[in-house]
Design a protein around this ligand. Structure first.
Ligand code: BTN
Length: 258
Protein backbone atom coordinates (compact mmCIF):
# COMPACT_ATOMS: atom_id res chain seq x y z
CA UNK A 1 0.00 0.00 0.00
CA UNK A 2 1.22 3.51 -0.72
CA UNK A 3 -0.14 6.85 0.40
CA UNK A 4 -0.79 9.02 -2.62
CA UNK A 5 -1.73 12.69 -2.47
CA UNK A 6 -4.34 13.68 -5.00
CA UNK A 7 -5.42 17.12 -6.16
CA UNK A 8 -8.74 17.85 -4.43
CA UNK A 9 -10.05 20.90 -2.65
CA UNK A 10 -12.04 19.36 0.21
CA UNK A 11 -12.53 19.76 3.96
CA UNK A 12 -13.98 16.37 4.93
CA UNK A 13 -12.34 14.07 2.38
CA UNK A 14 -8.60 13.60 2.88
CA UNK A 15 -6.40 14.11 -0.19
CA UNK A 16 -3.86 11.54 1.12
CA UNK A 17 -5.48 8.38 -0.18
CA UNK A 18 -4.49 4.79 0.61
CA UNK A 19 -3.67 3.16 -2.71
CA UNK A 20 -3.49 -0.64 -2.75
CA UNK A 21 -2.32 -2.63 -5.76
CA UNK A 22 -4.29 -5.61 -4.43
CA UNK A 23 -6.71 -5.99 -1.54
CA UNK A 24 -9.74 -8.14 -0.70
CA UNK A 25 -12.20 -5.22 -0.67
CA UNK A 26 -11.72 -1.51 -0.01
CA UNK A 27 -15.09 -1.48 1.81
CA UNK A 28 -13.98 -4.31 4.08
CA UNK A 29 -10.65 -2.53 4.79
CA UNK A 30 -12.33 0.68 5.94
CA UNK A 31 -14.94 -1.18 7.97
CA UNK A 32 -12.46 -3.33 9.88
CA UNK A 33 -9.81 -0.67 10.64
CA UNK A 34 -9.95 2.32 12.92
CA UNK A 35 -9.21 5.20 10.55
CA UNK A 36 -9.88 8.93 10.41
CA UNK A 37 -13.06 10.47 9.04
CA UNK A 38 -12.71 11.19 5.31
CA UNK A 39 -10.18 8.42 4.60
CA UNK A 40 -10.26 7.08 1.04
CA UNK A 41 -8.97 3.61 0.11
CA UNK A 42 -8.47 2.81 -3.57
CA UNK A 43 -7.42 -0.48 -5.19
CA UNK A 44 -6.09 -1.53 -8.59
CA UNK A 45 -7.53 -4.97 -7.99
CA UNK A 46 -9.88 -6.56 -5.46
CA UNK A 47 -9.88 -10.28 -4.75
CA UNK A 48 -13.28 -10.17 -2.99
CA UNK A 49 -15.00 -7.03 -4.33
CA UNK A 50 -18.43 -6.78 -2.76
CA UNK A 51 -21.63 -5.80 -4.56
CA UNK A 52 -25.23 -5.16 -3.52
CA UNK A 53 -27.47 -8.04 -2.45
CA UNK A 54 -24.48 -10.23 -1.45
CA UNK A 55 -23.09 -10.30 -4.98
CA UNK A 56 -19.45 -10.00 -6.07
CA UNK A 57 -18.06 -7.01 -7.95
CA UNK A 58 -15.64 -8.03 -10.70
CA UNK A 59 -13.08 -5.77 -12.35
CA UNK A 60 -9.93 -6.78 -14.23
CA UNK A 61 -6.66 -5.36 -12.94
CA UNK A 62 -6.39 -1.55 -13.10
CA UNK A 63 -9.34 -1.29 -15.50
CA UNK A 64 -11.80 -0.09 -12.90
CA UNK A 65 -11.85 2.81 -10.51
CA UNK A 66 -12.45 1.01 -7.21
CA UNK A 67 -12.53 3.03 -4.04
CA UNK A 68 -14.29 3.57 -0.72
CA UNK A 69 -14.78 6.57 1.53
CA UNK A 70 -15.07 6.38 5.30
CA UNK A 71 -17.40 8.70 7.20
CA UNK A 72 -17.41 8.33 10.98
CA UNK A 73 -18.14 11.85 12.23
CA UNK A 74 -21.35 13.92 12.37
CA UNK A 75 -23.41 10.94 11.28
CA UNK A 76 -26.33 12.10 13.41
CA UNK A 77 -26.70 15.03 11.00
CA UNK A 78 -27.77 12.71 8.18
CA UNK A 79 -30.85 10.68 7.44
CA UNK A 80 -29.54 7.07 7.30
CA UNK A 81 -30.97 6.59 3.80
CA UNK A 82 -29.18 9.70 2.51
CA UNK A 83 -25.78 8.10 1.86
CA UNK A 84 -26.91 5.67 -0.80
CA UNK A 85 -28.73 8.34 -2.82
CA UNK A 86 -26.23 11.18 -2.36
CA UNK A 87 -23.43 8.85 -3.54
CA UNK A 88 -25.24 8.07 -6.77
CA UNK A 89 -25.94 11.78 -7.30
CA UNK A 90 -22.24 12.52 -6.69
CA UNK A 91 -21.00 9.98 -9.23
CA UNK A 92 -23.56 11.20 -11.78
CA UNK A 93 -22.46 14.83 -11.33
CA UNK A 94 -18.74 13.99 -11.13
CA UNK A 95 -18.88 12.03 -14.40
CA UNK A 96 -21.00 14.72 -16.04
CA UNK A 97 -18.47 17.40 -15.06
CA UNK A 98 -15.73 15.50 -16.90
CA UNK A 99 -17.73 13.96 -19.78
CA UNK A 100 -20.54 16.46 -20.26
CA UNK A 101 -21.91 14.76 -23.38
CA UNK A 102 -22.36 11.28 -21.86
CA UNK A 103 -26.04 10.17 -21.66
CA UNK A 104 -26.13 9.34 -17.94
CA UNK A 105 -29.04 8.25 -15.77
CA UNK A 106 -29.62 6.93 -12.26
CA UNK A 107 -31.32 3.60 -11.67
CA UNK A 108 -32.77 2.70 -8.27
CA UNK A 109 -31.26 2.64 -5.77
CA UNK A 110 -27.78 3.80 -6.75
CA UNK A 111 -26.60 2.48 -10.12
CA UNK A 112 -25.24 4.92 -12.65
CA UNK A 113 -26.32 4.06 -16.17
CA UNK A 114 -24.80 5.17 -19.46
CA UNK A 115 -26.65 4.55 -22.71
CA UNK A 116 -28.91 2.07 -20.91
CA UNK A 117 -25.99 0.06 -19.45
CA UNK A 118 -24.47 0.00 -15.97
CA UNK A 119 -21.21 1.96 -15.70
CA UNK A 120 -21.01 2.28 -11.91
CA UNK A 121 -22.16 0.34 -8.88
CA UNK A 122 -22.27 1.62 -5.32
CA UNK A 123 -22.34 -0.32 -2.07
CA UNK A 124 -22.93 1.60 1.15
CA UNK A 125 -22.17 -0.41 4.30
CA UNK A 126 -22.54 0.83 7.85
CA UNK A 127 -22.04 0.00 11.50
CA UNK A 128 -24.28 1.24 14.25
CA UNK A 129 -24.63 1.17 18.00
CA UNK A 130 -27.76 1.71 20.10
CA UNK A 131 -27.68 5.44 19.49
CA UNK A 132 -27.35 5.33 15.71
CA UNK A 133 -24.78 5.05 12.94
CA UNK A 134 -21.11 4.95 13.99
CA UNK A 135 -19.47 4.30 10.62
CA UNK A 136 -20.52 4.60 7.01
CA UNK A 137 -18.44 3.29 4.13
CA UNK A 138 -19.37 4.37 0.63
CA UNK A 139 -17.87 1.93 -1.90
CA UNK A 140 -17.82 2.90 -5.56
CA UNK A 141 -16.83 0.82 -8.58
CA UNK A 142 -16.69 2.53 -11.97
CA UNK A 143 -15.92 0.67 -15.17
CA UNK A 144 -13.19 2.70 -16.87
CA UNK A 145 -11.07 0.83 -19.42
CA UNK A 146 -12.74 -2.58 -19.75
CA UNK A 147 -13.40 -3.74 -23.29
CA UNK A 148 -16.37 -5.73 -24.59
CA UNK A 149 -14.49 -9.03 -24.11
CA UNK A 150 -14.46 -8.45 -20.33
CA UNK A 151 -18.24 -7.95 -20.14
CA UNK A 152 -18.89 -10.96 -22.41
CA UNK A 153 -16.55 -13.19 -20.41
CA UNK A 154 -18.14 -12.18 -17.08
CA UNK A 155 -21.67 -12.51 -18.47
CA UNK A 156 -22.28 -8.83 -17.72
CA UNK A 157 -24.55 -8.15 -20.67
CA UNK A 158 -25.88 -4.93 -19.11
CA UNK A 159 -22.45 -3.49 -18.28
CA UNK A 160 -20.39 -0.87 -20.06
CA UNK A 161 -17.22 1.15 -19.47
CA UNK A 162 -16.16 4.73 -20.09
CA UNK A 163 -13.77 3.48 -22.77
CA UNK A 164 -16.56 1.70 -24.62
CA UNK A 165 -18.79 4.78 -24.40
CA UNK A 166 -16.22 7.47 -25.27
CA UNK A 167 -13.74 5.51 -27.40
CA UNK A 168 -10.90 6.80 -25.22
CA UNK A 169 -8.88 5.53 -22.28
CA UNK A 170 -10.05 7.08 -19.01
CA UNK A 171 -7.67 8.53 -16.40
CA UNK A 172 -8.60 6.91 -13.07
CA UNK A 173 -7.01 9.49 -10.76
CA UNK A 174 -8.47 12.45 -12.65
CA UNK A 175 -11.92 10.87 -12.38
CA UNK A 176 -11.39 10.00 -8.73
CA UNK A 177 -10.63 13.66 -8.02
CA UNK A 178 -13.76 14.82 -9.85
CA UNK A 179 -15.97 12.31 -8.04
CA UNK A 180 -14.52 12.97 -4.59
CA UNK A 181 -15.10 16.71 -4.99
CA UNK A 182 -18.65 15.98 -6.05
CA UNK A 183 -19.08 13.56 -3.12
CA UNK A 184 -17.97 16.23 -0.67
CA UNK A 185 -20.31 18.77 -2.26
CA UNK A 186 -23.22 16.35 -1.89
CA UNK A 187 -22.26 15.37 1.67
CA UNK A 188 -22.46 19.07 2.56
CA UNK A 189 -25.73 19.42 0.64
CA UNK A 190 -27.30 16.46 2.48
CA UNK A 191 -26.19 17.54 5.97
CA UNK A 192 -29.18 18.48 8.16
CA UNK A 193 -31.38 18.19 5.08
CA UNK A 194 -34.75 16.49 4.82
CA UNK A 195 -34.44 13.15 3.02
CA UNK A 196 -37.10 14.35 0.55
CA UNK A 197 -34.72 17.05 -0.76
CA UNK A 198 -32.06 14.44 -1.54
CA UNK A 199 -34.60 12.08 -3.07
CA UNK A 200 -35.95 14.89 -5.24
CA UNK A 201 -32.46 15.59 -6.58
CA UNK A 202 -31.96 11.86 -7.22
CA UNK A 203 -35.32 11.71 -9.04
CA UNK A 204 -34.33 14.61 -11.30
CA UNK A 205 -31.58 12.32 -12.69
CA UNK A 206 -33.79 9.26 -13.06
CA UNK A 207 -35.66 8.99 -16.38
CA UNK A 208 -37.46 5.76 -15.41
CA UNK A 209 -40.14 7.29 -13.16
CA UNK A 210 -43.56 6.75 -14.74
CA UNK A 211 -42.17 3.90 -16.87
CA UNK A 212 -42.94 0.20 -16.85
CA UNK A 213 -40.18 -1.64 -14.98
CA UNK A 214 -39.41 -5.05 -13.50
CA UNK A 215 -38.12 -5.69 -10.00
CA UNK A 216 -36.54 -8.84 -8.70
CA UNK A 217 -36.78 -9.30 -4.94
CA UNK A 218 -35.80 -12.63 -3.34
CA UNK A 219 -35.85 -14.27 -6.78
CA UNK A 220 -39.46 -13.11 -7.31
CA UNK A 221 -40.28 -10.84 -10.23
CA UNK A 222 -42.64 -7.88 -9.87
CA UNK A 223 -43.75 -5.73 -12.81
CA UNK A 224 -45.35 -2.34 -12.61
CA UNK A 225 -45.01 1.36 -13.22
CA UNK A 226 -42.29 3.12 -11.25
CA UNK A 227 -44.56 5.47 -9.32
CA UNK A 228 -42.25 7.22 -6.85
CA UNK A 229 -39.84 6.76 -3.93
CA UNK A 230 -41.21 6.56 -0.39
CA UNK A 231 -39.83 8.60 2.54
CA UNK A 232 -37.15 5.94 3.26
CA UNK A 233 -36.04 5.72 -0.37
CA UNK A 234 -37.98 2.51 -1.08
CA UNK A 235 -39.30 2.09 -4.61
CA UNK A 236 -43.08 2.31 -5.09
CA UNK A 237 -44.52 0.25 -7.92
CA UNK A 238 -47.99 0.72 -9.28
CA UNK A 239 -49.16 -2.82 -9.98
CA UNK A 240 -52.53 -2.59 -11.69
CA UNK A 241 -53.66 0.20 -9.39
CA UNK A 242 -52.15 -1.28 -6.23
CA UNK A 243 -49.15 0.57 -4.77
CA UNK A 244 -46.42 -1.68 -3.35
CA UNK A 245 -43.06 -0.59 -1.91
CA UNK A 246 -39.84 -2.59 -2.20
CA UNK A 247 -36.58 -2.01 -0.35
CA UNK A 248 -34.07 -4.68 -1.41
CA UNK A 249 -34.46 -5.44 -5.07
CA UNK A 250 -32.91 -5.19 -8.48
CA UNK A 251 -34.54 -3.11 -11.15
CA UNK A 252 -34.55 -3.88 -14.86
CA UNK A 253 -35.94 -1.48 -17.36
CA UNK A 254 -38.05 -2.69 -20.22
CA UNK A 255 -36.38 -0.96 -23.20
CA UNK A 256 -39.68 -0.91 -25.16
CA UNK A 257 -41.30 1.23 -22.48
CA UNK A 258 -38.75 4.06 -22.74
C1 BTN B 1 -23.16 -3.09 -6.91
O1 BTN B 1 -23.58 -2.51 -7.92
O2 BTN B 1 -23.53 -4.23 -6.65
C2 BTN B 1 -22.22 -2.35 -5.98
C3 BTN B 1 -20.77 -2.56 -6.38
C4 BTN B 1 -19.80 -1.79 -5.49
C5 BTN B 1 -18.36 -2.11 -5.84
C6 BTN B 1 -17.38 -1.25 -5.10
S1 BTN B 1 -15.73 -1.43 -5.75
C7 BTN B 1 -15.06 -0.56 -4.40
C8 BTN B 1 -15.84 -0.98 -3.17
N1 BTN B 1 -15.27 -2.16 -2.54
C9 BTN B 1 -16.07 -3.22 -2.61
O3 BTN B 1 -15.80 -4.36 -2.17
N2 BTN B 1 -17.22 -2.89 -3.23
C10 BTN B 1 -17.24 -1.48 -3.60
Amino acid sequence: MQTQTIDINTQIIKPEILHFSKIDSTNHYLLKNDLANGTVAMADFQTAGRGRLQRKWEASKSDGLLFSLLINENLDQYHPAAFSFLSAIAVYEGLRNVYYQLPLALKWPNDVICNGKKICGILVESRSSGSGLTKVVIGIGININQDQIFFNREGLTHGTSLKLETGQDGDRIFLLEAILESLEENLLFAKNEEISTILNKWKSYCPYIGKQIKLIENKKEHSGVFEDLDHEGGIILNQEGELNTYYAADVSIDKDSL
